[in-house]
Ligand binder design. Structure first.
Ligand code: GTP
Length: 470
């Protein structure tokens, strides 16, 4: 809400007569004074200190008069008036004259004028004056001159007495009252400070404030000096005081409370974000750990698969290809796209049963492994050696005619003769060889080689027999 009312500030030099300075000896040297503790920007008590415009006026006057002023603290304007009435303090620096107050106070000339206004919620109509208030409830600060004024001149208006002007504005904002009447200056300040944007100035609020210094009757002899001191305040000083306190944004308790609330919400948000981040980080770590475990498992599985693949195609004892592999990859496969010559050699250890029976099965195993090494060494890199079963082996000689296969068998025989096996044993083998005929299925070639091996055994072993058809 923007308050566009001009503050009517008048330095009343024209209406005050200069009075003669009383005898200095008669004047008190020290006074206790009371203020409204909650009426900014006019006056207030903050942290035990007198603040607001009246504090500066009073300082100028005290200086002029050469007297010491001591603040008598109060917590409400009503208490201030009571203390003045009882004589607990002798001066109040900024108040209106009323009939009631005349009974215990003597007033200086007016030194500050300010209009009073009515405030309503924005949805309420503008009112010209108190005549148009009707049944509306009007909040007003208890003990203020306006309170007394309404009681005396507009008794039909329903009033809600509030302890401060600020409370009155809040009552309108809350809907506890329809209107509030108070000083334009302070209303302007509170509306801005409390962000009461739903409120508006809805009309003039009775007679304007004519603010004076009030003295209790026992120190009324100070009045001429006080009036003189007020006259001595220059126009410039008046403007300085007015600008100083109207430009100030005072952080009140409610603002502090709001700041605390905002701070608390921010801290909570930061805390939640930090916890969320921690949780995400922990979750990510756990996820990474689980991924690592999965990766390890996957690796182990791959190794196992590779092992199984190896085992399905290899003989675990000799590490040569096994019968299954040879059967599927060679005997069942009759494609020969290059049309190259191919031969099969089947070989079988002679009297191997004797070895097992004499030296034990483990020696038999070693000899089988050693024979596999001999075969690996003797064949060419593109020949395929496999363990056919027991003590029987098979060799597919690629791109090899019959005589090449025979030569290989001889080479193996020669090597066996030179080789000393486990326990310095010597072994011999029998060989059956067949070369693959044109258009002949590989299985048939194998059968011929097997038959040739049978012949080799039958003819006394340690010999090479060639398939009759070859
Ligand atoms: N140590 C060992 N012996 C095996 C293995 N497989 C088969 N044998 C043995 O090989 C021997 C084969 O005996 P036979 O079939 O009578 O053949 P042989 O004694 O070699 O006689 P001929 O082949 O007729 O010269 C048996 O004693 C089997 O136990 C094996 O993996 N390890």
């Amino acid at each position: 809400m923007s308050v566009v009312f001009a503050i009517l500030f008048v330095c009343p030099t024209a209406v005050v007569k200069v009075q003669a300075k009383p005898d200095a000896e008669e004047l008190p040297k020290k006074l206790r004074y009371c203020v409204d503790p909650k009426w900014m920007p006019y006056e207030a008590i903050e942290n035990g200190q007198h603040v607001g415009m009246s504090s500066e006026y009073l300082a100028l006057i005290a200086q002029q008069l050469g007297i010491a002023l001591e603040l008598e603290p109060t917590s409400s304007w009503r208490e201030t008036l009571k203390k003045l009435e009882r004589g607990d303090c002798q001066l109040s620096p900024m108040l209106n004259r009323t009939e009631e107050r005349n009974q215990y106070l003597t007033f200086s000339q007016v030194y500050f004028y300010a209009p009073n206004v009515m405030v309503a919620r924005k949805d309420q109509p503008f009112l010209q004056n108190f005549e148009h208030v009707g049944p509306r409830v009007m909040a007003v600060a208890a003990g203020y001159r306006l309170h007394e004024y309404l009681r005396n001149h507009y008794p039909q208006i329903k009033t809600l007495a509030v302890s401060t002007e600020r409370d009155g504005l809040q009552a309108v904002a809350d809907g506890r009252a329809d209107l509030f009447v108070g000083s334009l200056y302070s209303i302007n300040a509170y509306i801005q400070q409390d962000s009461l944007h739903d409120l508006k100035i809805s009309g003039w609020g009775g007679p304007q404030d004519e603010l004076r210094i009030g003295l209790t009757h026992d120190v009324a002899n100070l009045l001429p000096a006080v009036n003189q001191a007020l006259l001595a305040i220059s126009e410039e000083q008046h403007l300085q005081i007015q600008n100083h306190w109207n430009n100030l944004r005072i952080v009140e308790n409610s603002n502090r409370r709001l700041a605390w609330q905002i701070g608390l919400v921010t801290l909570t948000a930061i805390l939640i974000l930090t916890l969320w981040n921690l949780w995400i980080r922990r979750y990510s770590l756990k996820l990474a750990e689980q991924n690592q475990q999965l990766e390890t498992l996957r690796h182990e599985l791959e190794e196992k698969n590779a092992e199984l693949t190896y085992l399905s195609s290899h003989d675990p004892l000799t590490k040569l290809h096994n019968r299954h592999y040879f059967d599927h990859r060679v005997l069942q496969d009759n494609r020969n796209p290059e049309q190259l010559s191919r031969s099969l050699i089947l070989l079988d250890i002679d009297h191997f049963k004797n070895v097992n029976d004499t030296y034990g099965h483990h020696i038999g195993d070693s000899i089988l492994q050693e024979l596999a090494d001999v075969l690996r060494r003797c064949v060419r890199e593109n020949d395929l050696v496999a363990r056919w079963g027991g003590e029987e082996f098979i060799i597919l000689c690629h791109n090899a005619a019959l005589q090449d296969a025979v030569a290989l068998a001889r080479r193996i025989t020669d090597t066996l003769e030179e080789t000393r096996f486990s326990l310095d044993l010597a072994i011999s083998c029998s060989y059956g060889i067949a070369d693959l005929k044109a258009m002949e299925p590989m299985q048939q070639c194998f059968d011929r080689a097997d038959k040739a091996l049978y012949n080799a055994k039958a003819l006394g072993r340690n010999r090479i027999c060639i398939s009759e058809e070859s």
